[in-house]
Write a protein that binds this ligand. Structure first.
Ligand code: NAD
Length: 497
């Protein structure tokens, strides 16, 4: 928690030291060709920093260093208990620098400062520490062999991991990858989104301060089609782990096939259904959850509850409750600790969201609340949380991931119909069910094709819950011990006795 006011944060922003250079082999460095791009704040459009625009030469250098340090064994062959200690120190340094990191995240990405501090930075430190704490408690296996054989089934780090992450939870998505990747002994080249590179660059230095050997963690800011592509096509990258859109996720599979068949693990988009039956145990809680599921983080959430499926007999009573609950989600300056909805990440994303609002109107959905850009005079990119009623699954606003605060309300009569509508999407990231009938809730949860299903809540879970998608929402899982699978190869060693 913090007692800082908006004006305190604004003062700090004026003197904040922002690092825009790449981080390779333990030091900050310009891109090889000295190219930079402008990093602008969505709060007011101001230039925050000139950031290194990395490309192929930088990818080659970072991967070369990452490989060299991996092969040296200084990290990859270190005792797990030692790697644990380093990750715990790394997490502690992230916590020590929480206010600085939260300010960077909010200025860069537009999310409310209270969320940056209490959710993003706190959750990132927790993720790093959790993976560190786990690593010296995992055992390998001895197979059930005949008497004259010894069969060892062991896990080894994959080698050089390229982690490509999005802009909506910049530090958190990076930490979900870095925790297990580093804990298992890999070297990492992290590519943050060009829309939000600042916290990734800052924590690289903290990792070295924590004792991570130089070259184990490298950070290359830049565009997807330049440095992202270079990493994904690189012949000496063993694994690419990705969080981002399904479109780019598919592209990464192509790159792997065109290059060295590197392992590709994908956390991609979503269009998550939030199903409210008439017998939901607590309608007020359901309404508040429906509002936060679309407004939290400006709706820029892969698991946003962007399709609210309400039982027809309940809708006339329930929708006004959601509208009322949405009043708590009012856009404001993200540096104000009371703000719950900040700015969208940039003008491009804002125009995408406004385009979907236009599509909702033109396809015949009924606007209930919101629907406009606001606070334009600030130079920031703010859009009101918006609800459309009378939506069908055929409309674009129900089919496509908007990645903004736009909620589509659909109706159903039976559980079977709810499940059919819910599953009628290429995505399968998350879903929620509200019912006080335990059998109905459970059977519906089972029928939903999604990696996370919440019952009588939205967005539950912690580091113990594997997180990832069915269908075109991806493969593999972040968080939990299952995440370690992505960063290790299984080896069978058979010894004749
Ligand atoms: P994006 O796919 O546009 O970009 C993600 C990352 O990929 C960025 O770093 C980008 O620079 C890079 N990239 C783009 N083109 C590339 C290419 N050709 N080669 C290599 N890298 C490339 O996604 P975004 O707009 O940054 O983020 C929003 C998306 O992320 C949404 O679809 C959202 O659902 C998804 N997301 C998913 C999860 C999850 O865990 N499933 C979590 C957060 C966000």
């Amino acid at each position: 928690m913090t007692t800082l006011t908006r004006s305190d944060w604004e003062q700090r922003a004026l003197t904040l030291k922002i690092e825009g250079r790449a981080f390779i082999d333990g030091q900050y460095t310009d891109a090889a060709d000295k190219a930079v791009f402008d990093c602008l704040s969505p709060i007011d459009g101001r230039l925050l920093a000139k950031v290194a625009s990395c490309d192929l030469a930088d990818a080659n250098l970072a991967v070369e260093n990452a490989r060299k340090v991996f092969d040296s064994g200084v990290w990859s062959r270190q005792a797990p208990a030692k790697r644990k200690a380093t990750l715990i120190r790394f997490a502690a340094l992230v916590r020590e620098h929480a206010e600085e990191l939260a300010l960077l995240e909010t200025l860069d990405m537009g999310k409310p400062i209270s969320d940056s501090l209490n959710i993003d930075v706190a959750g990132s430190a927790n993720a790093l520490a959790w993976s560190g704490e786990a690593i010296d408690k995992l055992y390998d296996e001895v197979a059930a062999t005949p008497h004259d054989q010894l069969g060892l089934v062991t896990r080894e780090p994959v080698g050089v991991v390229a982690a490509i992450v999005p802009w909506n939870f910049p530090l958190m998505m990076a930490s979900w990858k870095l925790g297990p990747a580093l804990a298992t002994g890999n070297s990492v080249v992290l590519k943050p989104s060009e829309k939000s590179p600042l916290t990734a660059l800052r924590i690289a230095q903290l990792a070295v301060e924590a004792g991570l050997p130089k070259g184990v963690l490298n950070v290359l800011p830049g565009y997807g089609h330049t440095v992202g592509k270079a990493l994904a096509l690189h012949m000496d990258v063993d694994t690419v782990v990705f969080t981002g859109s399904s479109k780019i996720a598919k592209q990464l599979m192509v790159y792997a096939g065109e290059s060295n068949m590197k392992r590709v693990w994908l956390e991609a988009g979503g269009k998550s259904p939030n199903i409210v039956f008439a017998d939901a145990p607590d309608l007020q809680a359901a309404a508040e959850a429906a509002a936060s599921a679309i407004a939290f983080n400006q709706g820029e959430v892969c698991t946003a509850g962007s399709r609210l499926l309400v039982e027809r007999s309940l809708k006339a009573r329930f929708l006004p409750m959601v509208v009322e609950a949405l009043k708590a989600w009012k856009p404001g300056n993200p540096l104000d600790p009371a703000t719950t909805v900040g700015a969208l990440v940039d003008g491009q994303q804002m125009n995408t969201v406004l385009g979907y609002i236009d599509a909702g109107h033109s396809e015949g959905a009924k606007l209930v609340v919101g629907g406009k850009r606001i606070m334009e005079e600030t130079g920031g990119t703010y859009v009101e949380p918006t609800i459309f009623d009378g939506v069908t699954n055929a409309m674009r606003i129900a089919k496509e991931e908007i990645f903004g605060p736009v909620l589509s309300v659909l109706e159903f009569d039976t559980a079977e119909e709810a499940v059919a509508i819910a599953n009628d999407t290429p995505y399968g990231l998350a879903a929620a069910v509200w019912s006080s009938d335990i059998s109905k809730a459970h059977l519906t949860a089972k029928a939903l094709r999604a990696g996370s299903v919440w019952v009588n809540q939205y967005d539950g879970g912690d580091m113990t819950a594997p997180f990832g998608g069915f269908k075109q929402s991806g493969n593999g899982r972040d968080k939990s011990l299952h995440a370690f699978d992505k960063y290790t190869e299984l080896k069978a060693t058979w010894i004749k006795l």
